[in-house]
Ligand binder design. Structure first.
Ligand SMILES: C[S@@+](CC[C@H](N)C(=O)[O-])C[C@H]1O[C@@H](n2cnc3c(N)ncnc32)[C@H](O)[C@@H]1O
Length: 177
């Protein structure tokens, strides 16, 4: 699979596991499965009867993820949805405890606006690549603009309490009030 750098990596993966565990996640959502690494990290931190719904549009990546989920002791906690994440989120009808945004950067503001009302009080939204290698400071491409706009929204959003961590390419952790 091309672009292995899209995976969150070991340090951020541990952070996801711990945050999912800390908020006692029973229903979690991930936007951007890729080959399944971050999904397995989140699932590891969940209760055994918890469910992570992970969304991706790439059938090749998802096929690889399915193989790893089948081999993992945490794989039974994961449900894969193939298709645009904004549509997949419409199929959920329970409050979400934990959400991880790591899909197409252009849609970050749309994912944020969709997810915040779907979160339970005390739930966590984690957003990856919020530093975007510094490109958020001088946005040129649509992906730069998407993340930059998301960052501006998060700062002003009184529905959450948020912090931006300088882990890897920048990770925002937001607690739903
Ligand atoms: C950075 S990768 C995710 C990496 C993964 N979270 C990990 O750490 O292993 C981003 C993924 O978002 C997916 N994606 C792009 N547009 C999407 C959309 N509209 N809905 C859902 N997934 C999308 C891509 O196919 C890609 O696999």
């Amino acid at each position: 699979m091309a672009n292995p750098g899209m995976m969150v990596g070991a340090t951020e993966g541990r952070l996801l596991t711990i945050l999912a565990r800390l908020c006692n996640a029973r229903l979690a959502v991930e936007i951007g499965t890729f080959t399944g690494y971050s999904a397995l990290c989140i699932a590891e931190g969940m209760a055994d009867d918890g469910k992570l719904v992970t969304c991706d549009i790439d059938p090749d990546a998802v096929a690889i993820a399915q193989r790893y989920f089948a081999e993992s002791p945490y794989g039974h906690r994961i449900e894969l949805k193939l298709g645009p994440a904004l549509e997949s989120l419409d199929t959920l009808d329970s409050l979400i405890d934990f959400a991880f945004i790591d899909g197409d950067k252009e849609n970050y503001p749309a994912y944020w606006e969709k997810l915040v009302p779907m979160m339970r009080t005390g739930g966590l939204i984690v957003v990856d690549n919020v530093l975007w290698s510094g490109k958020v400071l001088n946005p040129v491409e649509s992906s730069d603009r998407g993340i930059s706009e998301l960052n501006a929204r998060v700062v002003k959003d009184e529905r959450v309490e948020a912090v931006m961590l300088s882990v890897r390419d920048g990770v925002t952790v937001a607690l739903k009030r």
